[in-house]
Design a protein around this ligand. Structure first.
Ligand code: AMP
Ligand code: MN
Ligand code: MN
Ligand code: MN
Length: 293
């Protein structure tokens, strides 16, 4: 956990005096654990001046977050993290500065959420088969937005039911490809998601490239496909990247002429890599995605 480095950065830039960006986080509108207003308040308390709320496959947390941001003097960037399928991998694309009223993105995300409801029932059926009776009802007690059931909610319910001690282990044992509770799902294509983000006037960002189980060669192909489709940025400084990965993806951003984004991917106080505003900064020479905002 890069906590010590970020403490150092905080020490050198007293709260409120310097801009601080966190462009990736979640609320109860998807699989985060805090309501949107609490996410904004926590980010503000951590010195964040510009925050993007990027809930999975939806925009319903934005009005509450925006009201809280206005009250606290935080700049809120309207965002979302879209689940897509590319080359048989599930990849996440963050859209930033999107118009949340744009019909193309609104309808596209509606469609993903309908698919998620169906997937949740199939995941539950698989988990019932391996003995987790009543798993769907248990899972729903963790869900803040009934339209958005995520594997993260299943993981929390499975921990409660004693499947594993920690959420991470539940993913390794039950919720990832090849495991009993994993259900493959047809997410929209990379091209569709980028089309929606473009229609909504936003900028597309490949989320946490260090998290995909791809070789460097395949990841290069993803970056090329993304660039060919008009993608402009990758997340370089993600809370889920190691310091080495941040350096590596900083070089990759420069190589592909992508801008770099930075975000914690905060889900909740006990369940995240880093707290809001506490991911490491972008490496020198990477053009920040907020350069022309
Ligand atoms: P879904 O979008 O429903 O497939 O669920 C993916 C979500 O599960 C991600 O957004 C993370 O919040 C969470 N997640 C995925 N993999 C892991 C993991 N290995 N450990 C903890 N949480 C994970
Ligand atoms: Mn998540
Ligand atoms: Mn993600
Ligand atoms: Mn995320």
């Amino acid at each position: 956990m890069p906590i010590s480095q970020s403490h150092k950065a905080e020490f050198m830039t007293p709260a409120g005096s310097a801009p601080k960006y966190d462009l990736h986080c979640h609320s109860t509108a998807s699989d985060g654990m805090l309501p949107p207003a609490d996410v904004v308040a926590r980010a503000h308390a951590n010195g964040v001046t510009t925050l993007a709320l990027t809930d999975h496959d939806g925009l319903s947390g934005l009005p509450e977050a925006q009201a809280a941001a206005v009250a606290l003097g935080v700049s809120l960037v309207p965002g979302t993290e879209i689940s897509v399928e590319w080359n048989d991998h599930s990849v996440h694309v963050v859209g930033l500065q999107i118009d949340p009223h744009n019909p193309a993105i609104v309808t596209g995300l509606d469609r993903i959420r309908i698919g998620r409801a169906n997937r949740a029932e199939r995941i539950a059926a698989e988990l019932e088969k391996v003995g987790f009776h009543g798993i769907l009802a248990r899972t729903m007690t963790y869900v803040g937005n009934p339209e958005l059931v995520s594997r993260a909610h299943f993981a929390r319910a499975l921990v409660e039911m004693g499947a594993c001690r920690e959420v991470k282990q539940v993913f390794d044992r039950y919720l990832t490809p090849g495991k009993p509770g994993y259900v493959p799902h047809p997410w929209p294509s990379l091209a569709e998601a980028l089309g929606w983000i473009r229609a909504a006037g936003g900028v597309a960002v490949i989320a946490h490239p260090g998290r995909y189980r791809m070789s460097n060669k395949e990841l290069g192909k993803l970056f090329e496909a993304f660039r060919d489709l008009g993608g402009e940025a990758i997340e370089v400084a993600s809370g889920s990247h190691t310091p080495e990965q941040i350096v590596h993806f900083g070089r990759q951003a420069r190589h592909y002429a992508f801008m770099g984004s930075q975000g914690s991917d905060f889900h909740g106080p006990d369940e995240s890599y880093v707290d809001l505003g506490r991911s490491l900064p972008l490496p020198e020479g990477v053009v920040p995605v907020w350069n022309n905002w």
